[in-house]
Design a protein around this ligand. Structure first.
Ligand SMILES: [Zn+2]
Length: 108
């Protein structure tokens, strides 16, 4: 999978191993390696956690590309809220992504 954001292209790779930081001191479900334009997700984690991790890393990518200046805590909370919002509103996601307005449901 490739992610385009602010003129950059990031490769998303899944690894069966652990996702570690540079010093191999911390493990993560996902991590963005900005220097390599790469997002790595651990396929060891439960599937739902992998998807949450991707959204988390995408927020990092937007934060970095648009120089927002979010803290890790802000990325963490915002991405959790965004993930829940996307999951709870598939019609709105379809509309934003594809311009497809949902058909009005008849009452009763
Ligand atoms: Zn993070």
């Amino acid at each position: 999978m490739r992610i385009r954001s602010s003129g950059m292209v990031y490769a998303v790779d899944w690894t069966p191993g652990e996702v570690l930081d540079e010093l191999a001191e911390d493990r993560f479900v996902g991590r963005t390696v900005h220097m390599e334009n790469r997002i790595v997700i651990s396929s060891r984690a439960p599937e739902g956690r992998q998807r949450q991790a991707l959204i988390h890393e995408l927020v990092h990518v937007v934060d970095d590309g648009y120089k927002v200046g979010l803290t890790e805590k802000q990325v963490s909370r915002f991405s959790r809220g965004l993930f829940a919002l996307l999951m709870d509103n598939p019609d709105a996601v379809r509309y934003v992504v594809a311009g497809k307005r949902p058909k009005k449901k008849k009452h009763g």
